[in-house]
Design a protein around this ligand. Structure first.
Ligand code: HEM
Length: 277
């Protein structure tokens, strides 16, 4: 896993670098489990309701999901939620070094599909927010719209550098793309972690789905993603010889992973599993 997200480790690997790799591996394993749980929910809920023609069922979750007579809008929503499964199920596979090395053709094709899907889903989501409306307030809508811009730019850069065979740069942009595409997942996991820790809604009104906590969560997952800052710290720490930096990055990743475990548990138990039944 030393090349988990693309940067080869130096030969003189120190204890702190080993800890960093361990933290990155733990983060990646937890992320993969959590994203696949989200993917299983998407397939079981949206896949099953769409396949059986029961599109009204979308509205059990989405306040602006199925609207009778608006076939174009319904198609945008349907494509958004169904194609999202490709992103959350396929994304983690792209980061696994074993697959990149041993199944390069699979990696290339999944990469093309992933980039195209990310563009369609993100732009579709943008259209949904500004035509049909979405839960939450204006700051949340603007924040997630800024994320669409990141997704479009990072998708183009990841694809461009892969085409030019600059694989080190490609891996960095592809990982950044994975993190911004995962923004909606981070938002859900962050929200559920907060609810579990506080034992209920604190810092926001669940009826209007707005308040200071949700404003901060939207800004720091979508508009100014903390995940990207952590990734840059990880890239920096991988090359750093300063023990303090490497240890700080490793411990921070462990802490974030712990919060994610709590959030994923909350999301699976409180949100996804009940809707899959
Ligand atoms: C690219 C990664 C994305 C994925 C994987 C994704 C996935 C999903 C999923 C699964 C849902 C259904 C909600 C649920 O059942 O919990 C959903 C809803 C929605 N998404 Fe996305 N989405 C992505 C990006 C975006 C973006 C960038 C926007 C907006 C700019 C957006 C806007 C929406 C809206 C408006 C809804 C309907 C929920 C509501 O009314 O608030 N999505 N998305």
């Amino acid at each position: 896993m030393t090349e988990l997200i693309g940067i080869a480790q130096s030969k003189s690997e120190t204890h702190s670098h080993r800890l960093l790799n361990l933290a990155a591996t733990a983060w990646f394993v937890v992320t993969t489990i959590g994203q696949w749980a989200f993917g299983a929910y998407i397939v079981a809920f949206y896949g099953a309701s769409t396949a059986s023609g029961n599109l009204k069922r979308w509205n059990e979750v989405l306040p602006h999901g199925y609207v009778q007579g608006d076939w174009a809008g319904n198609m945008v929503v349907g494509m958004h939620v169904l194609l999202a499964a490709i992103l959350v199920l396929g994304g983690p596979l792209q980061l696994i070094p074993f697959i990149r090395k041993n199944a390069p053709t699979f990696h290339r094709w999944l990469g093309r599909i992933y980039v195209a899907t990310a563009l369609v889903v993100a732009i579709g989501g943008f259209v949904m927010v500004w035509t049909r409306g979405a839960v939450g307030d204006r700051v949340q809508h603007i924040s997630i719209s800024i994320q669409t811009v990141y997704i479009v730019i990072f998708a183009i850069l990841a694809w461009y550098h892969a085409r030019a065979r600059r694989f080190d740069i490609h891996r960095k942009w592809a990982t950044r793309l994975f993190l911004v595409v995962s923004g909606v997942w981070f938002f859900r996991v962050g929200l559920m972690c907060w609810l579990v820790i506080n034992g209920g809604p604190v810092g926001f009104d669940p009826k209007t789905f707005s308040g200071p906590f949700l404003t901060a969560l939207a800004v720091f997952t979508y508009a100014l993603p903390v995940s990207l800052a952590l990734l840059e710290l990880y890239f920096y720490a991988q090359k750093s010889r300063k023990r303090f930096i490497v240890m700080a990055a490793a411990l921070l990743m462990c802490f974030v992973t712990l919060l994610m475990v709590i959030g994923i548990f909350g999301a699976v138990a409180g949100m996804w599993l009940p809707r899959m039944r």
